[in-house]
Design a protein around this ligand. Structure first.
Ligand SMILES: Cc1cc2nc3c(=O)[nH]c(=O)nc-3n(C[C@H](O)[C@H](O)[C@H](O)COP(=O)(O)OP(=O)(O)OC[C@H]3O[C@@H](n4cnc5c(N)ncnc54)[C@H](O)[C@@H]3O)c2cc1C
Length: 456
């Protein structure tokens, strides 16, 4: 078989991408270094291995962004979702699977497809692959030689080996009776930063809580994480009570308009997405456990009721700066025959990686058959994930992210019987996102069906 596409990595993304390309009539060579070599987290000979939890998180598609992504993938005939449904185990409102059976069934289906040729090989350089189209889906633990070669082919600063994630909160959950908009020394636009002030007592209580809080452990292979990333705030705090006040919490160049005073310390939040529904806490990368982050960061005036779209973290995580490197169809702008999929693009999570693999597989089907590709509508969870991968806001601190409603296109206000504008909140808002997404998905699925109706 002479194949039209090489897919490197048969994890969540590569397996889904191979399937979507194959069912669209494209001949695929699917490479994985397993079982000849394993990353430090992979152990199973089979593909689509879940390296940690066996959960795909919430399955509630009317109220949860990842649940909505599940549902869109189901309706779009995702391999990962159909096998997840086949192998699911009881887990309340979450979708959890028997991980052994899940990986085994995915591997069997891929191996049985007439358009898929599986090759056990570690790809060391991109130059080894002579194909019209290549999808790199080697994940957060991409083997080192290939990662270095990708870095060489993109640019040094466009590939990271660790994430250093600061928490992100929904802007609407910030209390503006305490917080205010201002840039230091009034440089830049006023709305660039939201400031949360701390008095001396509040600052000292915050530092104490930070030092006492429970930290997540590093894996053995992550011990040198600090060398590459920025220091976690709790490590800065260990260096002395004033360290944070001279670092990310420095109060200079700001006046609190609620009190007309200079704050003793300040926490700043920077815009995280174009719609400005999400704000990241500047300089607050952390290894605190998620429950501790919620508790400790809620001590910050203005964030007492903050809802977190993403918690902070530091992990071994190989990813590229997709927003500057890739086009809308996941192709390298400087070499469009090279596509990327899965967590290496800067999505985060099993489901998100599979979803980006799904999109790469579908797009590759268009390219391999010289058809004009069609993007999913912006209202969908699929497109919202792509929106993160093309978000040039804060490009210097681009970090992997889970799907969340903050990435969705904001809803239009509804007009009440009295002619007033009303912004939906809470469950109603989530339901409106879900209904809009699933409605707009239908048209895209029809386009896909029409484009590939004669393939098999
Ligand atoms: C330690 C750890 C724990 C995680 N826990 C969770 C969790 O609990 N829940 C969650 O939702 N997400 C978790 N993630 C994040 C992420 O969702 C998963 O890593 C997910 O599997 C990523 O999917 P992927 O397809 O991009 O990569 P992977 O699933 O990692 O697949 C990559 C594949 O590429 C292969 N490969 C790598 N380099 C080469 C090469 N040079 N040549 C050939 N093959 C190669 C690997 O063998 C692997 O099979 C975790 C990540 C890590 C690192």
């Amino acid at each position: 078989m002479s194949s039209e596409i090489a897919i490197v990595g048969a994890g969540l993304a590569g397996s889904e991408a191979a399937w979507q390309a194959a069912v669209r009539g494209v001949k695929v060579d699917l490479f994985d270094m397993k079982p000849l070599k394993f990353s430090p987290a992979h152990k199973n000979n089979n593909f689509a291995e879940l390296v940690c939890s066996n959960s795909f998180r919430s399955d509630d598609y009317m109220h949860n962004a990842v649940g909505l992504l599940h549902e869109e993938m189901r309706r779009a005939d995702s391999l990962v979702m159909s096998v997840a449904d086949e192998t699911k185990v009881p887990a309340g409102g979450a979708l959890a699977v028997d991980r052994e059976l899940f990986a085994q069934k995915i591997t069997e289906k891929l191996a049985a497809h007439k358009n898929i040729n599986i090759i056990s090989k570690e790809i060391q350089t991109l130059g080894e692959l002579d194909y019209p189209l290549i999808i790199i889906a080697t994940g957060p633990l991409t083997a080192q030689n290939l990662a270095l070669d990708i870095q060489k082919s993109t640019s040094h600063s466009a590939l990271a080996f660790y994430d250093a994630i600061a928490p992100v909160v929904y802007k609407e959950s910030i209390d503006f009776s305490k917080a205010w908009y201002q840039s230091r020394y009034d440089k830049g636009e006023m709305k660039d930063y939201i400031n949360c002030p701390l008095s001396k007592e509040e600052y000292e209580a915050f530092i104490k809580a930070l030092l006492d809080a429970e930290k997540a452990e590093f894996h053995d292979f992550e011990n040198d994480a600090y060398f590459d990333g920025c220091l976690p705030i709790e490590v800065m705090a260990e260096r002395g009570i004033e360290t944070l006040r001279f670092g990310p919490m420095k109060p200079v160049g700001l006046t609190n308009p609620h009190s007309n005073e200079k704050p003793y310390a300040v926490v700043q939040l920077r815009q995280d997405n174009l719609q400005d529904t999400l704000r990241n806490i500047v300089g607050f990368q952390t290894k605190l456990k998620y429950s501790a982050q919620k508790r400790v960061f809620s001590l910050i005036p203005g964030l007492q009721n903050a809802e977190f779209a993403r918690f902070g973290g530091i992990h071994k995580n190989t990813f590229i700066k997709s927003p500057i490197l890739l086009d809308n169809f996941l192709r390298l702008k400087s070499n469009p025959k090279l596509m990327f999929a899965g967590q290496i693009t800067g999505c985060e999570g099993y489901v998100e990686s599979a979803a980006v693999g799904f999109l790469a597989g579908v797009f590759s089907g268009f390219f391999a058959s010289n058809k004009t590709p069609v993007l999913p509508p912006r209202a969908t969870a699929f497109a919202s994930m792509l929106a993160h991968l093309s978000n040039t806001q804060n490009i210097d601190s681009y970090q992997p992210m889970n799907i969340n409603f903050g990435l969705f296109q904001p809803l239009e206000p509804i007009i009440t019987a009295q002619g007033k504008q009303k912004h939906l909140k809470g469950l109603q808002k989530k339901e409106a996102y879900a209904k809009r997404a699933l409605l707009s998905l239908e048209g895209w699925l029809k386009d896909l069906h029409n484009a590939f109706s004669t393939n098999g």
